[in-house]
Ligand binder design. Structure first.
Ligand code: HPA
Length: 250
């Protein structure tokens, strides 16, 4: 396998990979505008990977302002074939606590007014991609094996509700998402996953619960508590990723 085939998109709390030995930074201009930042090429656990901070390296781009098309196009352009998308999420199901790791297998998209397709202009025919299974099962299994190798608890399935943000949800909205079958909620799962599918990238999400969703805990959601959970959760993510990379191509 080509060694630069894997990209990691870091979400909130993962603007750098401490364990990545950086080789170079690559600025990519795309027909869809600028990605969240330069692509960082480096070596993780002995293999070359590409890293991109979804919210920018200074964490300045809010979920609804991210140029998802430019990010995915840039990764595809640099030769990446697989994308692990890390995301901080709220836990909807009761068994999910801050610190829980979830590898979702489904998505419900509640976003609006985001540029959500590459198939817009200059088409020779109208294109509809299959999205029955939104994530790559192969890559999900790799994440599962990575969690096992790191000896960490995880949940191997889940439905990721993607909300528009940037505000958090109301308690009634979370009740509705639960009725829809969603188990975690975040703001960046879509259109990222669909855009990856449009370019035939293997894509899987690795979600870290950083708070109980609105109305599922006691009282309002505390940003201070979220920050603590993000820090602890992302340490686990780095650990898992170190174990995932050696499994590539096995
Ligand atoms: N809702 C939406 N997005 C989130 C949450 C949440 O509770 N926590 C982290 N990202």
């Amino acid at each position: 396998m080509d060694m630069t085939e894997l990209a990691i998109i870091g979400g909130t709390g993962l603007t750098t990979l401490k364990n990545l030995d950086i080789i170079k930074r690559e600025v990519v201009h795309t027909p869809f505008g600028e990605p969240s930042g330069p692509l960082t090429h480096g070596v993780l656990s002995g293999k070359e990977v590409v890293f991109l901070a979804r919210h920018g390296y200074g964490h300045t781009i809010p979920p609804h302002k991210i140029n998802y098309r430019a990010n995915i196009w840039a990764l595809h352009h640099t030769g990446v074939k697989q994308v692990i998308a890390v995301a901080a999420v709220g836990g909807i199901s009761d068994d999910l606590e801050p610190g829980s790791l979830v590898i979702p297998d489904q998505i419900v998209d509640y976003t609006s007014a985001r540029d959500n397709t590459f198939f817009e202009d200059g088409l020779s025919h109208v294109t509809h991609v299959d999205f029955t299974q939104p994530y790559s099962e192969e890559l999900r299994q790799l994440l599962i094996r990575g969690c096992q190798a790191a000896n960490l608890d995880f949940v191997d399935h889940g439905t990721y509700a993607t909300t528009q943000g940037p505000r958090l949800e109301t308690a009634a909205e979370i009740d509705r998402l639960a009725r829809d079958g969603c188990t975690v909620v975040g703001m960046t799962g879509m259109p990222e996953a669909a855009l990856a599918r449009e370019l035939d990238l293997h894509y899987a999400a690795f979600a870290v619960v950083v708070n109980k969703a609105a109305g599922r805990g006691t009282g309002p959601i505390s940003m201070h508590d979220i920050e603590l959970s993000v820090k602890q959760g992302m340490d686990k993510v780095r650990d898992v990723l170190e174990h995932v990379v050696p499994l590539l191509g096995t």
